[in-house]
Design a protein around this ligand. Structure first.
Ligand code: PXP
Length: 254
């Protein structure tokens, strides 16, 4: 395998959706995702990610208003490619907008966006977001045709879906896991060669983060569910500090 040097510092985006999931389970005001975001900042998060879903099952509109007001690090606003979400993004002008597929019945974002199938619509959809200065990221599977389509529609970033890799790891399907990891590595280099900034995320844990953090072209990891779960046992700050440490170690060894 060819050895390549990392292209720069690896950023950690902390996804705070599931703080809101716990809050909403009781319809209370706590735990507050904005408080978690501020704590994440002090623990070393380089950015905060929040997904405003169509059904508002976790993050709500007032949460986005408050995050925009309170954060000192960039907000990565995850959303589906709908008119409603585009209006909200254009009003707030967050640092980054990550376009994800959304199905009402899914438990989480199950697959990547089918950019190739909707190229024309998506090109028109992201143009105004770019015009107001948002960095547009497209969440896709590590798949060459999707990456090529993301480059053609004018996206700045592709975020590669690491969910299948993490699922194979959890199920001890080592051969499939390693094949998926190879694909992610190869597609990170391919996306970079097309001029795209490369991010990755979904399902990452202490056990799975290291190989992905070592990909030289990957500039940002977005991690949520595991960190919020781990916070129950060790506290959010310590969970983030440990994730950051693993990422930095992986990067040094790359
Ligand atoms: N990146 C994207 C685009 C996502 O949709 C999600 C989940 O909301 C994540 C990263 C974070 O995934 P997880 O919560 O499994 O760490």
């Amino acid at each position: 395998m060819e050895l390549r040097k990392p292209l720069g510092k690896l950023r950690l985006g902390v996804n705070i959706d599931h703080v809101a999931t716990v809050r909403n389970a009781r319809g209370s005001a706590y735990p507050d995702p904005v408080r978690a975001a501020k704590l994440a900042e002090t623990a070393g998060a380089d950015g905060i990610t929040a997904h405003l879903r169509e059904d508002r099952r976790h993050i709500t509109d007032p949460d986005i208003d408050r995050l925009m007001e309170a954060l000192s690090v960039p907000l990565n606003f995850e959303m589906a490619a709908t008119d409603e979400m585009q209006k909200i993004a254009l009003r707030h002008k967050p640092h980054a907008v990550c376009i994800v597929p959304e199905k009402r019945e899914e438990r989480t974002t199950e697959g990547g966006l089918e950019v190739a199938r909707e190229e024309n619509r998506l090109a028109h959809f992201i143009a105004p977001l770019r015009d107001v200065g948002c960095r547009v990221s497209i969440f896709i599977a590590a798949d060459a045709p999707q990456i090529e389509a993301a480059a053609r529609i004018g996206a700045t970033i592709v975020e590669l879906h690491t969910g299948a890799y993490c699922d194979f790891h959890a199920e001890d399907r080592i051969k499939e896991r390693d094949a998926e990891l190879d694909r992610l590595r190869e597609m990170s280099a391919f996306a970079h060669s097309l001029g795209l900034e490369v991010h990755a995320g979904h399902g990452l844990t202490y056990d799975t983060v290291v190989p992905v953090a070592a990909f030289p072209e990957v500039m940002e990891l977005n991690i949520g569910h595991f960190l919020i779960g781990e916070a129950i046992f060790t506290g959010l700050k310590s969970a983030i500090v440990e994730m950051r440490r693993l990422m930095d170690e992986a990067r040094k060894g790359a």
